[in-house]
Design a protein around this ligand. Sequence first.
Ligand SMILES: Cc1cc2nc3c(=O)[nH]c(=O)nc-3n(C[C@H](O)[C@H](O)[C@H](O)COP(=O)(O)OP(=O)(O)OC[C@H]3O[C@@H](n4cnc5c(N)ncnc54)[C@H](O)[C@@H]3O)c2cc1C
Length: 137
Amino acid sequence: MPWLYAAGDVACTLDSDAGFHLRQETWRNAENQARAVAEIIMGCTQPYRETPWMWTDQLGHAIQVTGLPEATDATVVRGDLNAANATVISLRDGCVSAGVTINQSRDRRYLEALVKSRKRIDPQQLGNTLVSLKELV
Ligand SMILES: Cc1cc2nc3c(=O)[nH]c(=O)nc-3n(C[C@H](O)[C@H](O)[C@H](O)COP(=O)(O)OP(=O)(O)OC[C@H]3O[C@@H](n4cnc5c(N)ncnc54)[C@H](O)[C@@H]3O)c2cc1C
């Protein structure tokens, strides 16, 4: 049994989805990792898994980042970036790996579900605002 545990900003853990070690500086990670440490101390053997997520308000715009946008090989813009009303979706091997919503907070939970599902999704469907992300989950 380890005698020392780390959680939150200070902890660098292996992200099995991304395949590399990752240190997340987000509230959700700090909260959930602390909970995971408590569960491990109580005997839980499930590895900690967390889809990275953070939000920030910049110049009046609500921005949310889900997943790791840098670990990507294609992007799809859904909406109008010039109007600061868009979701930028990252794809890796044809699956949604991450996304950034700009004033599109209602998309965030479906984006996270898509990241978690690792389903292959047609990029044209993703970019079509007439098709809701909810429909694609
Ligand atoms: C300006 C700013 C804006 C942010 N905005 C966002 C945001 O919009 N969204 C988001 O998700 N995240 C945001 N974050 C990140 C988020 O605040 C951190 O990820 C989160 O607070 C990390 O929690 P933690 O418990 O790991 O660390 P901390 O909150 O840093 O807590 C560590 C605690 O340990 C204490 N400490 C340090 N050294 C010692 C010591 N030697 N002995 C005893 N105590 C010690 C510190 O005083 C502190 O209270 C922001 C961070 C900053 C700085």
